[in-house]
Write a protein that binds this ligand. Structure first.
Ligand SMILES: CC(C)(COP(=O)(O)OP(=O)(O)OC[C@H]1O[C@@H](n2cnc3c(N)ncnc32)[C@H](O)[C@@H]1OP(=O)(O)O)[C@@H](O)C(=O)NCCC(=O)NCCS
Length: 159
């Protein structure tokens, strides 16, 4: 089931909900302190996806630095999984990259994170490198894709 979610900038008042979200991921390393730190960085963009009632369903952090856009984290609240939250956030990320003039979007994913890999594969990201044993012995995959052409759709890979 895919519902409509709106994207807005994260605020300090979202930190409690976001902390619960990162704590729900057994492989995650982020904490409330990491989230708070991101809010202080000029190059860091933290956005949340909210449902029609304003409930925070997911969030994403990406960096725009040295002309590049990199996804740092994305997570959906356990109660909103498989409803299109991450897909909505990723569409926002790709649109942001185009708007910011970044040629490519990069990210890193744990090799065994099949839900996330399926999401990134479906959006045209491809593996461009591996960091052996980066996540507690498990490989990290570096993935990227071209930002969509201005006026195009986020699903267009543009490779
Ligand atoms: C990965 C994650 C963000 C997906 O969030 P979501 O809102 O449930 O995803 P969506 O509903 O938007 O689904 C988009 C696509 O992701 C993939 N996907 C999501 N959950 C999946 C699952 N359990 N198994 C397989 N594929 C899955 C599918 O390709 C899906 O497309 P489809 O529904 O058309 O099949 C979520 O599982 C999560 O928060 N995981 C923990 C944090 C994490 O691993 N973040 C990634 C860090 S790199």
């Amino acid at each position: 089931m895919t519902l409509a979610f709106a994207i807005r900038l994260a605020e300090a008042s979202d930190l409690e909900a976001l902390t619960e979200m990162v704590a729900a991921d057994p492989h995650g390393t982020w904490t409330r302190a990491s989230l708070e730190h991101e809010l202080t960085l000029a190059w860091s963009h933290m956005v949340v996806a909210v449902d029609s009632q304003g409930v925070v369903a997911g969030f994403m952090v990406y960096w725009h630095t040295a002309g590049e856009v990199e996804l740092l984290n994305i997570a959906t609240s356990p109660t909103f999984m498989r409803q299109g939250v991450a897909r909505t956030l990723m569409a926002h990320l790709l649109e942001a990259a185009t708007r910011l003039g970044a040629p490519r979007v990069m990210l890193e994913v744990r090799a065994g994170n099949l839900p996330a890999r399926s999401l990134y594969d479906s959006l045209g990201f491809v593996v461009v490198g591996t960091r052996k044993g980066y996540y507690a012995g498990e490989d990290a995959l570096l993935m990227d894709r071209a930002a969509p052409a201005a006026g195009g759709t986020p699903s267009e890979s543009g490779r």
